[in-house]
Design a protein around this ligand. Structure first.
Ligand code: ADE
Length: 217
């Protein structure tokens, strides 16, 4: 069972996402194990301090190295071969082909969610991969981690229902996004489903879908 562990100061952010829909089902079916580690648990002193002021001055607080090193050590105890991933806008841009590779990996993953002001650079020495979800800055790595975990888990064989809907849909061939689809009724408020889709002509339908697939950039 593939393990995804997330180190975060806000583990409660993950409950709705991990306990719903496809990710809930993947855990129920024992295909994946999703868990969070509260970084605060490894905070220092009576106030469980996790951040501190930057050397050299400047605004804001940085995540201290010791709690993060301790949290990663704990996560590695649970899953010694796991790869450590740091969520950061400075990382490699996430994309579908990487999600596919990671869904096929034998090992698990440990995600470190930073906070907006930053982290002590020494934590990079713990990390196998740095990943960004796009060229914009979020308040923390939690939403990116959820996005990335979702995109991986749904590609693991057995997670989506019987049919290979993950394989035929958007991006899977690296070039095309999915084609427009319609369900009943065949006409709604004067808006009709294209005739070819009602024709039963499978070759014509396949051609129409190919012609109407959205092209990725
Ligand atoms: N943390 C803050 N912004 C981020 C981004 N765009 N990608 C990954 N982690 C982040």
């Amino acid at each position: 069972m593939k393990k995804f562990q997330v180190i975060s100061l806000f583990p409660e952010m993950f409950t709705g996402v991990f306990e719903s829909s496809m990710m809930w089902k993947a855990q129920r079916d024992e295909i994946v194990q999703l868990s969070t580690i509260n970084l605060r648990t490894f905070g220092i002193g009576p106030r469980q301090q996790v951040d501190d002021t930057p050397y050299g001055g400047g605004d804001g607080m940085l995540l201290k190295p010791e709690p993060l090193f301790a949290a990663v050590e704990e996560a590695k105890k649970n899953d010694p071969t796991a790869k450590v991933v740091l969520m950061t806008p400075r990382g490699q841009r996430w994309k579908q082909s990487v999600a596919q590779n990671w869904s096929e990996a034998e090992h698990g993953y440990i995600f470190i969610c930073g906070r907006y002001e930053g982290y002590d650079e020494r934590i990079v020495s713990l990390v196998d991969e740095q990943v960004s979800v796009g060229d914009y800055v979020l308040t923390g790595g939690e939403l990116p981690a959820m996005t990335i975990i979702d995109s991986i888990v749904r590609l693991i064989p057995g997670v989506l229902g019987g049919e290979d809907s993950a394989a035929i849909e958007s991006f899977s061939d690296g070039e095309t996004l999915e084609f427009p689809q319609y369900t009943k009724p065949s006409e709604y408020n004067g808006l009709a489903v294209p005739d070819v889709l009602l024709s039963g002509n499978h070759a014509a339908i396949a051609q129409w879908r190919a012609d109407n697939s959205f092209k990725a950039e």
